[in-house]
Design a protein around this ligand. Structure first.
Ligand code: HEM
Length: 412
């Protein structure tokens, strides 16, 4: 097992190639790892990460003013607290639950069927680049009521926003390019927001435009920031989770067979994928005061990164944590998509993901469809598997071969 010593760095190429190899040593020997190059602390134990995410007095989201607000073009949900946070979070949640969710599932099914169709006769698909990524964007554009013919441009601008938010040591030139793409996205959204104010529809942008907080409607700046917030938050982790789910099932053929025979096991497989390989690997916070955490003192004003991948593999929280096991008894499928989740893939506390139920519905719908269409799924021979990303992490591609089981998906 690789050493965690004075020269160890989470910014090294070795760590980026496979962070999972380092997690147990970090938890055991350097649970509050200080990274001097970026003056930040990396927290790896489940108990400490839970504390950081739920002790809102000590660990704030203030650094998002610098890390997110410039590209979100206004304050995002994770920056808000108190009544404002509760009210605006509720508005966003309403866009993804109840009747709205039922309609969205039909749209997800239709989008997925259209995207997969050209690949069925070929028996080969890259689940990330041919399918998962465009699907995650289309699904989110539908929810927001944005035009899917603009998918490419929006995806490009969004890439700049995501790079800025998740960048750990970006150069000034990279930051400038990200800001430029964020400004283009803002300019694209401005007339859409104006139109929804005049003629609201059923979509989330209309709901944000017409909702009131303290009797006052949100400004264009506030609506823009929440729209970009939802776009980034919904798109970034979705394709990664879908691809990781298939990767783990292909690598564990017995469990793949069980899920095929009993699709009711899919939610457990999704929950275990989120525990085993969470697509959001880092969640940042800032200390409000000097604090003793995991036996180390962290000074006031410091940046603290919660290492979700490491916390989710902490043996103090999960038995045999490095095993992928959809039947594990210490996870709990039903609670895995709620505030009571034991894994930390959706965060924890006030800012826990608002899209968890939607993400479950999205991945369950799509994975169920793909499993009914693809028989004999296997990795494409000769293609090397590679994951990328420190902050959000997932397969660069997932090329699979399959035997087509049907010519089109069954209707919902
Ligand atoms: C598997 C998919 C997903 C994962 C792993 C995920 C993960 C996360 C995590 C870790 C956070 C907490 C960030 C923090 O504490 O600072 C979060 C927050 C958030 N997520 Fe997700 N997310 C997913 C899907 C979605 C989807 C589909 C949506 C929208 C429909 C969404 C919308 C949001 C929003 C708006 C927040 C901010 C909540 C707040 O600050 O109150 N997420 N997500």
């Amino acid at each position: 097992m690789p050493q965690v010593n004075a020269r160890f760095s989470v910014l090294s190429e070795d760590f980026a190639a496979n962070p999972y190899r380092y997690f147990s040593r970090l938890r055991e020997q350097d649970a509050i790892h200080y990274e001097s190059a970026i003056d930040s602390y990396f927290v790896s134990r489940h108990r400490d990460v839970t504390r950081v995410l739920t002790d809102h007095e000590t660990f704030t989201t203030e650094m998002l003013q610098v890390r997110a607000e410039p590209v979100m073009r206004g304050p995002v949900l994770a920056q808000m607290t108190g009544a404002e946070h509760t009210a605006k979070r509720k508005i966003v949640v309403r866009g993804f639950t109840g009747r709205a969710l039922e309609e969205q599932i039909r749209a997800i099914h239709a989008n997925a069927a259209e995207l997969v169709a050209p690949f069925l006769s070929r028996g080969r698909i890259d689940l990330v680049n041919d399918f998962g990524r465009p699907l995650a964007i289309d699904v989110t554009l539908d929810v927001l009521g944005l035009d899917k013919k603009d998918r490419r441009r929006i995806a490009d601008w969004l890439g700049g926003v995501a790079e800025f938010v998740t960048g750990i040591d970006l150069s000034p030139e990279q930051r400038r390019r990200c800001l430029d793409r964020a400004e283009r996205l803002e300019a694209y959204l401005a007339p859409v927001i104006g139109e929804r104010r005049r003629r609201p529809g059923d979509d989330l942008i209309s709901k944000l435009c017409t909702a009131e907080f303290d009797g006052v409607a949100m400004s264009d700046r506030e609506v823009t920031a929440l729209v970009i917030n939802v776009l980034v938050a919904a798109v970034e982790p979705a394709d990664k989770t879908l691809a990781l789910l298939f990767k783990h099932l292909i690598d564990h053929p017995e469990q793949l067979g069980q899920v095929r025979r009993n699709p009711a096991l899919l939610p457990a497989a999704i929950a275990e994928t989120l525990r085993y390989t969470p697509p959001v690997q880092l969640i940042p916070r800032q200390t409000e005061r000097d604090v003793v955490l995991g036996g180390s003192t962290v000074p006031a004003g410091a940046t603290v990164f919660c290492m979700i991948g490491a916390a989710n593999r902490d043996p103090a929280a999960f038995a045999s944590p490095d095993a992928f096991d959809i039947h594990r008894s210490d996870l709990g499928t039903a609670r895995s998509f709620t505030a009571a989740a034991r894994h930390l893939a959706f965060g924890s506390g006030l800012h826990q993901c608002v899209g968890a139920a939607f993400a479950r519905a999205e991945i369950e719908t799509v994975a169920g469809m793909l499993l009914s269409l693809f028989d004999n799924i296997r990795h494409t021979p000769g293609v090397r598997y590679r994951e990328t990303g420190l902050y959000t992490r997932g397969p660069a591609s997932l090329c699979i071969d399959f035997t087509p089981a049907r010519t089109a998906p069954a209707p919902l």
